[in-house]
Design a protein around this ligand. Structure first.
Ligand code: SF4
Length: 339
């Protein structure tokens, strides 16, 4: 028995639910009760009761044979397969058996979100047909890392950057924004990881019932948007020069770009859609339908212009400095240039 996200099962005709947006990746989950105890995760060992949730999504059980048959019967339903895993015994062995079967049934690229601890584990996964491995760093703050996730940020970073050097273009990481980090901590980590060739995928913290962080709030939307903009610019690879300055409380105060330039960049490439492995859109993973849309599953044709206006207005209200406002050098000494 394994699990699949409820949206994945609906696309495969194994559940009948209404969906406001359809997943373009089949999200599967394998592994038993997690031995980890992240303060924000509904799969953690100290979370009592229902373990059917990861973020806001329910993951019903499904028989492996049923899943393989459904994938075979629905060619073209997805663009990618993604395995989420819990930290539990036997997960690697399970993945090594499942990945070839799922690949054969679907013909799709496979991502695996799995905490590789040795190079030979990654070797085995790639040999089994995995295209990309995701190793979640999650928390962007060294000072918070041990309390919210356990371990040290430096160690997670070293693991991810080592693997990115060994397997260029095949390593993804997830960062959760809103765990208490500053924008500066998140931005600096994103810059460092991108320089090492790691694909960064952002999640907005979402409070999950019965976790230690169930009463915390999601991040401020403008903070999240600034970081999405940063990731979008870096991944677009257009040679844009960013001159990032930080203000009080580690807030991103400027990207060294004019208002017109920032506006046109978001118009050219709407950076507020889910960003990750190609084909991954994670609909409503961290959003309630009708609530704040941190990650759009696709470009919202009817509201994109409004979102862009709200982004620019939100920056102004946040004290953000555009290059053409004559105050861009105010935070000199905090500057980082990235091309
Ligand atoms: S970015 Fe999407 S497809 Fe890639 S590992 Fe993360 S959830 Fe899976």
């Amino acid at each position: 028995m394994m699990r699949a996200s409820i949206g994945t099962l609906a696309v495969l005709g194994l559940r009948n639910i209404h969906m406001s947006a359809v997943p373009t990746t089949a999200y599967l989950m394998t592994g038993d009760r997690c031995t980890g105890d992240c303060a924000y995760c509904g799969q953690g060992r100290s979370v009592a009761g229902d373990h059917n949730y990861l973020s806001r999504v329910t993951w019903p059980e499904v028989r492996e044979e049923q899943l393989i048959a459904a994938l075979t019967a629905h060619p073209g339903a997805f663009r990618r397969i993604c395995f989420q895993t819990t930290a539990s015994r036997g997960v690697l062995r399970q993945l090594l058996l499942l990945v070839p079967r799922v690949r054969q049934a679907s013909g799709l690229p496979v991502s695996v979100s799995y905490r590789v601890t040795r190079d030979d584990e990654a070797d085995q996964l790639f040999a089994a047909g995995v295209e990309r491995i995701g190793i979640a760093i999650d928390c962007c703050s060294e000072s918070l890392y041990s309390s919210v996730r356990g371990g040290r940020l430096a160690e997670s970073k070293a693991l991810v950057t080592h693997l990115a050097a060994r397997y260029p273009g095949r390593i993804t990481t997830h960062l959760i924004i809103g765990l208490g980090e500053t924008e500066r901590e998140a931005a600096e980590l994103i810059l460092e990881l991108r320089r090492c060739g790691v694909l960064v995928s952002l999640f907005a913290f979402t409070p999950v019932a019965r976790t230690r962080m169930e009463h915390r709030s999601p991040p401020a939307l403008i903070s999240y948007r600034k970081l999405q903009f940063l990731v979008g610019v870096l991944d677009a690879g257009g040679g844009e020069v960013l001159d990032i300055t930080y203000g009080d409380g580690g807030r991103i105060r400027s990207f060294g770009l004019s208002e017109a330039r920032m506006r046109s960049m978001v118009q050219e490439q709407f950076m507020f859609v889910t960003h990750g492995c190609a084909g991954c859109n994670r609909p409503f993973y961290t959003e309630a339908p009708g609530g704040i849309m941190f990650n759009f599953p696709s470009v919202p044709g009817d509201t994109a212009a409004r979102e862009i206006n709200e982004f620019i207005d939100g920056l102004k209200q946040d004290g953000f400095v555009f290059q053409d406002s004559g105050d861009a050098s105010a935070a000199a000494g905090n500057t980082r240039v990235f091309r």
